[in-house]
Design a protein around this ligand. Structure first.
Ligand code: PLP
Length: 429
């Protein structure tokens, strides 16, 4: 038996073993990965891949960046965890940096947690506290519970609160009833949003006031769908007029991914709105599980008081030092500009690569999708993997490309050279 075959057997055995001991929520793993460096990753058979998915928009500074490894290793040798009865310097400095990069006003504050869903749980609880302060929401004087508006096609996570604001019926419906007073409004329609606000009122048909609108600016899981900037600005105006919070979910778009620190800072996505709260996770700690919420302005930030929220690992020093190292690399290596430039290069190259299967290319910075003329996205993912390129199928008719922010011009050329050759007759999903 050749060495290669023995190694292939190792991978197959690993996958079999995985399936025996893991709940089947993710399906069968495509490969068993062993290690990475930069934009490249190797499986247990030693096969190398160019990673254009980055752990789904997480590994922003690539694999095993020396500055990240140094920071996490040193922190592990000092203090890896403490309860929230105590503070650590990494969490203080990370919060300061995030507030600065978000351009959030004086008095803005951060809550740290461990994932995107948890960040949105905090956002929903914040919205609930705000809702209780609104006129017409006080049950003691015949008021009605405040509502939270979420968008069709939106994705905010799979814990019960975040799932309540997540549109996709296939993943939400099996767990209903969920958090009440969260309503879906058609994404992109100002009329629908205006109508949802207008339902607030007294009498048997009037509903409670709107506490918040929660939305992504580029609907990532729905297929990397950017919202129209006019629409986003109109939602901001409605929120302001009705004293509702505008909560932007930047779990996928944040921390440089779209070519600015946060997508809400992109004129072409929002015309320059200021949100009331921004949730983040994924890329913030370069692969360490971490998320959080930036609450804008002193008044909004004072809604949470001791006991209103928390988590054992919130602001964990290992995660915070990973986050500080990640932000440091993004700053020092000018990765925001790189995300913008490489994103333009990627979209232009894909548009001109001549593959008849490709329909449109959309996205900002390094969060992009290619829509397909045939719904064969999963077959493309398998085919690309065999060629040594990692991407994912964000819909049956769209593939997503979200490489690390350190991606080079040569990496983009290499990925597009592979994608240009995707056969046009692959099996449908
Ligand atoms: C926009 C958005 N919000 C929330 C989440 C949930 O994040 P997590 O998987 O870390 O819980 C995701 C994950 O894909 C996301 O894309």
């Amino acid at each position: 038996m050749s060495n290669n075959l023995q190694e292939a057997d190792v991978q197959a055995a690993d996958i079999d073993e995985y399936s025996q001991v893991h709940l089947n929520v993710f399906g069968t793993p495509l490969r068993v990965l062993d290690h990475g460096a930069g934009c490249h990753v190797w499986d247990v058979d030693g096969k190398e891949y160019l990673d254009f998915l980055a752990g789904i928009a997480v590994n922003s500074i690539g694999y095993a960046h020396p500055a990240w490894v140094k920071a996490v290793t040193e922190q592990a040798g000092k203090i890896a965890h403490t309860s929230n009865y105590f503070a650590t310097e990494p969490q203080i400095h990370l919060a300061e940096k995030l507030i600065t990069h978000a351009g959030a006003p004086q008095g803005s504050k951060v809550y740290f947690c461990n994932s995107g869903a948890e960040a949105n749980e905090a956002a929903i609880k914040l919205a609930k506290l705000h809702g209780r302060t609104l006129r017409g929401a006080l049950p003691s004087i015949g008021g009605k519970p405040a509502r939270i508006l979420a968008l069709t096609n939106g994705f905010h996570g799979r814990t019960l609160g975040a799932l309540s604001a997540t549109w996709k019926p296939a993943i939400r419906k099996p767990f209903e009833p969920l958090v009440p007073e969260i309503e879906f409004v058609e994404a992109g329609s100002v009329d629908a949003m205006r109508a949802a606000f207008a339902q607030t009122g007294q009498g048997p048909y009037g509903k409670g006031p709107v506490a918040a609108v929660i939305m992504e600016l580029i609907q990532g899981e729905a297929g990397v769908l950017p919202l129209d900037a006019d629409y986003v600005a109109a939602v901001r105006a409605l929120c302001t007029a009705h004293d509702a919070f505008m909560i932007i979910d930047e779990v996928q778009t944040g921390i440089g991914r779209t070519g600015s620190w946060f997508a809400f800072q992109r004129e072409d996505l929002t015309h320059g709105i200021v949100p009331d709260a921004v949730s983040f996770a994924k890329g913030v700690a370069g692969g360490f599980p971490m998320g959080g919420l930036i609450v804008f302005g002193e008044k909004n930030a004072s809604l949470f008081t001791p006991g209103s929220h928390g988590s054992t690992f919130a602001g964990n020093p290992l995660g915070a030092s990973a986050g500080l190292a990640t932000l440091g690399v993004i700053e020092n290596e000018d990765l925001i500009a790189n995300a913008e430039e490489r994103g333009i290069q990627l979209r232009t190259a894909l548009e001109n690569c001549g593959n008849e299967l490709f329909d449109t290319v959309r996205g900002r910075g390094l969060l992009n999708a290619v829509t397909l003329k045939r719904a064969c996205a999963h077959a493309i993912v398998d085919w690309a993997l065999a060629q040594g390129l990692i991407i994912n199928a964000v819909r049956p008719d769209a593939i997503r490309l979200a490489p690390p922010l350190i991606v080079s011009a040569a990496d983009i050329d290499a990925a597009v050279a592979i994608l240009a050759k995707v056969p046009t007759d692959l099996p449908l999903d």
